[in-house]
Design a protein. Structure first.
Lengths: 269, 256
């Protein structure tokens, strides 16, 4: 994944447009099963993410959302179609903090891997700790942190990878409802610290099964069908920020997205 | 203090039963000396036993250190090279079945009456548990963590250093504890099988000499010293574990 742009499977294709950070074309993925017919996880997914855009992908379990992110990050190769992406960092569903490192060393992992000296790496991570409400927990072991804090440390680790694309795989799904609502506000602020049009630096692909979360956070929402995952709808979220779950616009969009999801499911049946 | 109570009661009860059984005279004191006779032998021969403890403790410490280093190094090699794993594993298993008596003359022929042949015996006995537990520990490392490190552009070596190695450490230390427990008996076997020059040849040697001379209480006293040595080594390693892999102790709750 060290390469800048990867284009695999088909003859090299550059990203769909110049302002495009991620472009997938007709991507399919089939898993061999131990017994029986091969399992098709993804069927003909095409999508592109503009530089600086926050795209949310929602869909029921088993629609291949994680596979999509792993394709973008280069952890999997597409069997069909092509994937082109700027370097992407993955924040996995499980925080995967390393228990033998303290919170700050965990957050600074990408810097250590890039051969930044430990002291300097910790110093840079500590700056983000202060911003993200983790000050005072620098030396804590991962198992001494709450679930919400662990997610934030994992998020800092992803940020410090320095990659222009962040892939967030259900970053809040393991949390209780209250922590989750808190962290949504925090995530929104962390991702959108500057006004959007002037902030083309970070591209974010957020995968979630929570439709409201997608609408509250994203610029655009893609709805995937159940297995095999296909894009069944695209919603532009042209709502004022910051948004909350009870906003009229959010509620209306949620109803539409849920209807689309239900439709996709019944088509499938 | 309360943690010491249960083992203390158990030991006292066992000693009491033993004393009664021996005093009732159903066995010969040459076969099973009573605890008070062993205690007396321990007291009377303290100097002799201490002098013999020296070489044995040296063999155990060096032998186990060597076994740990070799077992660990081979485990890492095997982990990085599956062909090597297929080649080495059967040999490692087979090495456990070698009766030491068969190769003892060769070891003495090569290395004489010094400490070296004894170290080889101890390594042969202790190397295996370290190898197996470390290989399994490395192999059981969380694949998801390694995947994550790959997304952060970690090299194979960095994935090993940041994820696999620390993750395998508790397993390796478990192997080390097994090695310690068998290392002391390994030293006894080594001393029994390879001759030694010198006045104080070690506790194993002393035990064998005492048994031949029907000095059974002294043999038991020497065995008691070996027993204490094994326990001391075991707890020393538990301490090391708390320093080397504190996260493992935290997750498990407590060390034994």
């Amino acid at each position: 994944m060290a390469t800048q742009l990867q284009s695999l499977g088909q003859p090299p294709s550059k990203p769909a447009a110049d302002d495009c950070a991620v472009a997938l074309r007709d991507v399919g993925r089939v898993f061999d099963q131990r017994a029986g017919v091969p399992l098709r996880a993804l069927g003909d997914v095409s999508l592109s993410v503009a530089r600086g855009e926050l795209l949310a992908i929602v869909g029921p379990s088993g629609c291949g959302k994680t596979t999509l992110l792993e394709l973008i990050c280069g952890l999997q190769q597409p069997q069909e179609g092509s994937v082109a992406s700027e370097p992407a960092a993955l924040m996995p569903q499980r925080d995967l903090l390393l228990p033998w490192l303290d919170a700050l060393d965990n957050a600074a992992l990408a810097l250590r891997i890039a051969h930044v000296a430990r002291g300097e790496a910790r110093r840079r991570a500590a700056l983000l700790f202060a911003e993200l409400g983790l000050a005072g927990f620098e030396h804590a072991a991962p198992d001494e942190l709450s679930g919400g804090m662990r997610q934030r440390v994992a998020f800092v680790r992803t940020l410090l990878s320095g990659k222009p694309v962040l892939c967030l795989d259900e970053p809040l799904s393991a949390l209780d409802a209250i922590t989750r609502a808190e962290l949504q506000g925090w995530l929104e602020r962390a991702l959108a610290r500057e006004p959007r049009p002037t902030r083309p630096s970070r591209t974010v692909v957020l995968v979630t099964h929570d439709v409201e979360e997608a609408i509250v956070l994203a610029d655009r929402v893609l709805v995937l069908s159940p297995r095999p995952g296909r894009v069944v709808a695209e919603l532009d979220v042209a709502l004022e920020r910051p948004r909350v779950r009870t906003d009229e616009g959010v509620v209306a969009l949620r109803e539409r997205a849920l209807a689309l999801l239900a439709g996709a499911r019944s088509d499938d049946a | 203090m309360r943690r010491l109570l249960a083992p203390l009661v158990l030991v006292l009860a066992l000693l009491g039963a033993w004393e009664l059984y021996a005093d009732l005279g159903s066995t010969s004191p040459y076969v099973l000396p009573a605890p008070h006779a062993i205690a007396a032998a321990l007291w009377d021969n303290a100097g002799l036993l201490a002098a013999n403890l020296g070489p044995t403790a040296e063999e155990v410490a060096l032998g186990i250190a060597l076994a740990l280093a070799l077992g660990f190094a081979f485990a890492v090699l095997v982990h990085f090279s599956p062909p090597l794993r297929h080649a080495l594993y059967p040999l490692a298993v087979g090495s456990q079945a070698i009766p030491i008596a068969v190769i003892a003359p060769l070891l003495v022929y090569w290395w004489g009456f010094g400490v070296l042949p004894k170290l080889v015996v101890i390594v042969l006995v202790c190397f295996f548990p370290v190898l197996v537990t470390t290989v399994d520990g490395l192999h059981a490392a969380d694949r998801e963590r390694i995947k994550l490190l790959r997304t952060l552009d970690a090299t194979r070596w960095q994935a090993f250093r940041f994820a696999e190695l620390p993750e395998a450490l508790p397993a390796a230390l478990s192997g080390a504890r097994i090695a310690l427990a068998v290392g002391v008996i390994g030293a006894y076997i080594a001393e029994s099988q390879t001759a030694t020059s010198g006045v104080h040849a070690g506790l194993g040697h002393e035990i064998n000499a005492d048994l031949t001379a029907l000095q059974t209480p002294r043999a038991y006293a020497a065995a008691l010293v070996l027993f204490a040595l094994a326990i001391a080594c075991f707890y020393a390693l538990s301490l090391a574990e708390r320093t080397l892999a504190p996260w493992a102790t935290r997750q498990r709750g407590e060390t034994p």
